[in-house]
Ligand binder design. Structure first.
Ligand code: ADP
Ligand code: ZN
Ligand code: ZN
Length: 725
């Protein structure tokens, strides 16, 4: 009998649950093969896969041979590799797809780990000699002074000086300064002083830095209470111990202002990681982290896949934010995965928020997280005064009551700024025929189209379809077509007319598709009186010291939604946007304009704030058996014909069968039954016990792809779904 052949078991980025066996490629194998990438033939294609283990096969078997080794040492190893395997099990997704989600594009496609040296600037000999003769106060002189002592990292220069590249070029042209590659960014932080912490902040920093091993914290602090200062101090201590820190921020929170604050205070290179970087830049940050060169990484959701060989601290800012949940592909939750990684790494993890998620509060109440409270605003700032404006039977013009307009005028007269918040972009949510009741629908979705361009254009916010608004009603030919309801565009139009002497800035996804557009607009506004009109994009990340009045217009839709998370989201939005008011010396006011002044949600929020609201909400969730008191998994199916989607989910339901401690609901139409031309249905699995749910998924998930009914549908499995859409 011939000896068995050694093989490689490989995870491939394909939607199939199994690993794939190949013969090793020709050529010398790396010393450790597990975690190395290989290129393999797969059908007619070539794929990049990751070696999961070594195996053996009968010499008679007809295994294909892998084509080439792509690494000479494991790309994924240690804790990150273990955690990714956990994530694949937890999301019931193929390991190869999880790996490919975790890796930046170039690495996913098989490119080598990129070079990571940093760039810095230094004075030449001539520069040192002539530094004193540069014109005093000029920008080249400022830069030369900054470089007088040593080579300075470009990130550090950027933190200390705006627009530094022009003076740098000018010095270089005169032969006074030069750009040099730094082998490794300076690892020693030289933090700059911040404010003296107040007692609550000091207690929080003390608790975090004293933690040994895995220690989850909820840093529960009202808006403006100085949570970021707590993060900074904890990071400074982490750096002093020679360890790396990772900070996650929501998509809308990662502003140049945030980065500048971290860079300026920590005095060390801070690596940003977000969707605004190109693939190569992302791969470089990942490589720098994996080599231990990046000591502090601040990033959005996918930064949670950063390798951290010398990890010391994980922070998730605004942990309640839904942008942490990936809504397609591998549906992971970055906050939850941060907890898993921190546990595997044996380090503290801080979840910060003024409006913690129900899940997080529940964990804190149960004693699983240490609960740190910051109850007062930092510095001299006072909490804003909140007022409910009953607008029943009041005349509204473009959604604004006379009282609101008067209030805005008064704040502007005092030289202050006003924020008008409306969580609806566009001109109006619906185009309505006043004669027959026709509303402009999206042809491909069960939803009306949103009116844009002051009534001239229609756009579907679900599938992106666009068209010109009809001139006459397609149903009755009437010309009485009217935009119904209010969006940010319409508010902007009205406010420009009502307040022609001050700038009115509209800020929503339509106006700020570029990351720095918002920054530039706010810079142009500066400290002069003016009005900001916007969606929740404005709710975080910017300190606007002159902002003293926040007007919330039309929250009523959110009060009566069918989604069980809707009230939580609304409460969070209201508190967050209210928190923009009065963050500096001038006291702030918040006005809620509503037709439902007696609604219990509003009353609780106004009289007690977030925690009484959350207590009531948790009671309701418990009574109704919703998360965090139940664990959910959602199977979604889409097909051209609804019968196909239902047939698939019925087959899944049959596979699930009757299980103790598990309930199955469906197949039922999704809350939006048709989107982008597809019929959508869903099957919800719910259990009070997480292990019971996962036991069923362990059994069912590997079988889904091979169900005959799966061929005609697009389906997905979402464990711990956040949106039930
Ligand atoms: P949060 O992250 O909780 O919203 P920040 O950390 O951004 O709050 O702090 C809000 C404001 O208060 C910032 O301008 C910050 O510089 C200031 N601040 C924070 N801590 C203190 C302190 N201990 N003393 C004075 N000002 C502070
Ligand atoms: Zn009509
Ligand atoms: Zn549509």
């Amino acid at each position: 009998m011939e000896a068995p052949l050694p093989t490689l078991r490989i995870a491939l980025p394909v939607p199939l649950p199994q690993l794939f066996d190949y013969l090793p490629p020709d050529g010398a194998a790396p010393e450790a093969v597990v975690g190395c990438r290989v290129r393999v033939p797969f059908g007619p294609r070539e794929l990049v896969g990751l070696v999961v283990e070594q195996g053996s096969a009968d010499p008679a078997s007809s295994l294909r041979q892998a084509l080439a080794w792509l690494d000479c040492a494991p790309l994924l190893q240690g804790e990150l590799w273990q955690s990714l395997q956990w994530l694949a099990r937890y999301t019931h997704a193929p390991l190869g797809e999880v790996v490919s989600t975790a890796l930046p594009g170039p690495l996913r496609h098989g490119e080598p780990l990129p070079e990571t040296h940093h760039w810095g600037w230094q004075l030449t000999a001539a520069g040192h000699e002539q530094r004193g003769s540069l014109r005093a106060g000029s920008r080249p002189r400022q830069l030369a002074e900054l470089l007088a002592e040593a080579v300075v990292d470009e990130d550090v220069i950027a933190a200390r000086m705006d627009d530094w590249r022009a003076p740098a070029r000018s010095l270089a042209k005169r032969g006074l300064a030069e750009r040099v590659a730094l082998a490794v960014a300076p690892l020693q932080a030289s933090p700059l002083g911040g404010p003296t912490l107040n007692p609550e902040q000091a207690t929080a920093v003390q608790a975090i830095t004293a933690a040994q091993g895995f220690a989850p914290f909820l840093l529960d602090g009202v808006t403006g209470s100085g949570k970021t200062e707590v993060y900074l101090q904890a990071i400074i201590q982490c750096l002093a111990q020679g360890r790396q820190a990772l900070v996650l921020v929501p998509e809308i929170g990662l502003t140049p202002q945030t980065l500048a604050r971290f860079r300026g205070r920590l005095g060390i290179a801070v690596h940003a990681f977000h969707s605004g970087l190109n693939d190569n830049e992302r791969a470089r940050v990942w490589a720098a982290a994996s080599r231990g060169e990046a000591r502090v990484v601040v990033g959005t959701r996918s930064a949670i896949f950063m390798p951290l060989p010398e990890a010391g601290l994980l922070i998730v800012d605004e942990e309640h934010d839904n942008s942490y949940k990936q809504q397609d592909g591998i549906r992971y939750h970055a906050r939850d995965f941060a907890l898993v990684r921190a546990k595997a790494l044996g380090i503290p993890v801080v979840l910060g928020s003024a409006t913690p998620a129900m899940e997080t509060l529940h964990n804190a109440h149960a004693g699983r997280f240490a609960h740190l409270r910051l109850k007062v605003r930092a510095g001299d700032a006072m909490p804003p005064r909140v007022r409910i404006l009953d607008v029943r039977k009041r005349p509204l013009r473009d959604g604004l009551s006379p009282q609101v307009l008067e209030g805005i005028a008064e704040h502007l007269r005092n030289g202050q700024q006003v924020l008008v918040f409306k969580n609806r972009r566009g001109y109006a949510p619906v185009l309505l025929c006043h004669d027959c009741g026709w509303t402009a629908p999206c042809q491909r979705c069960d939803a009306p189209m949103t009116v844009h361009g002051a009534g001239r254009r229609l756009q579907c916010h679900h599938c992106g379809a666009r068209q010109a608004a009809p001139l006459a009603c397609p149903a009755c030919a009437s010309l009485a077509l009217q935009p119904q309801g209010i969006g940010t565009e319409r508010l902007e139009e009205h406010l420009i007319q009502a307040f022609p002497d001050v700038p009115v800035l509209r800020i929503d996804r339509s106006t700020t598709s570029r990351r720095d557009a918002l920054e530039q607009q706010l810079a142009r506004l500066g400290d002069q009186p003016g009005i900001l009109v916007g969606t929740q994009i404005l709710a975080k990340g910017h300190d606007l010291p002159k902002l003293t009045l926040v007007v919330v217009v039309g929250i009523d839709e959110g009060l009566f939604s069918s989604d069980f998370r809707a009230t939580e989201k609304l409460a969070q939005q209201l508190i967050q946007v209210a928190g923009r008011a009065g963050r500096a010396r001038d006291p702030g006011e918040v006005w809620l304009q509503t037709h439902h002044p007696g609604h219990p949600l509003l009353e609780t929020l106004v009289n007690g704030g977030y925690h009484p609201f959350a207590a009531a909400e948790l009671n309701q969730r418990q009574a109704a058996g919703f998360p965090p008191f139940a664990h959910l998994a959602l199977l979604r199916a889409e097909a051209q014909q609804v019968e196909h989607a239902d047939a698939f989910l019925l087959a899944v339901r049959a596979l699930v069968g009757e299980q103790p401690h598990l309930e199955a609901f469906g197949p039922m139409p999704a809350p939006m039954p048709r989107r982008a031309g597809y019929q959508r249905t869903q099957l919800l699995l719910s259990s009070a016990q997480r292990p019971a749910l996962h036991a069923v998924l362990d059994h069912v998930a590997p079988l889904l792809q091979s169900l005959p009914e799966a061929r005609k549908v697009r389906w997905s499995l979402d464990v711990d779904p956040v949106d039930l859409y």
